[in-house]
Design a protein around this ligand. Structure first.
Ligand code: ZN
Length: 102
């Protein structure tokens, strides 16, 4: 028996909804934080992954959507990673060089 939350059909719908939410977040900065919250909730409920390109668009500590104003992006040679430092909570979100494709 397939558990309801593992149903591939529902998971496909979940992925589509996450995609829509992040596209809308880009267009509507005033609702972006809410959309990130909803996308994460859908992802957790249906056990699907949020695509990497979307995961990099919000803070993993306070879950605020990154805009040009609330994040500083720089490389860190020591950790060999791109650092997305959230200006709201100060958390450094690191993404390794080698895996960087965006
Ligand atoms: Zn943050």
């Amino acid at each position: 028996m397939i558990h309801r939350n593992q149903d591939p059909k529902l998971q496909q719908i979940a992925r589509e909804r996450i995609d829509i939410l992040f596209r809308e977040a880009k267009l509507n900065p005033e609702y972006a934080n809410r959309y990130v919250f909803l996308a994460r909730k859908i992802a957790m409920k249906l056990n699907v992954k949020i695509p990497k390109e979307y995961k990099m668009r919000y803070c993993h500590n306070c879950y605020k959507y990154f805009t040009s104003k609330n994040v500083s992006i720089r490389t860190n040679a020591k950790t060999k990673a791109v650092e997305y430092r959230c200006k709201a909570c100060g958390h450094a979100n690191r993404y390794g060089y080698a895996r960087e494709k965006v």
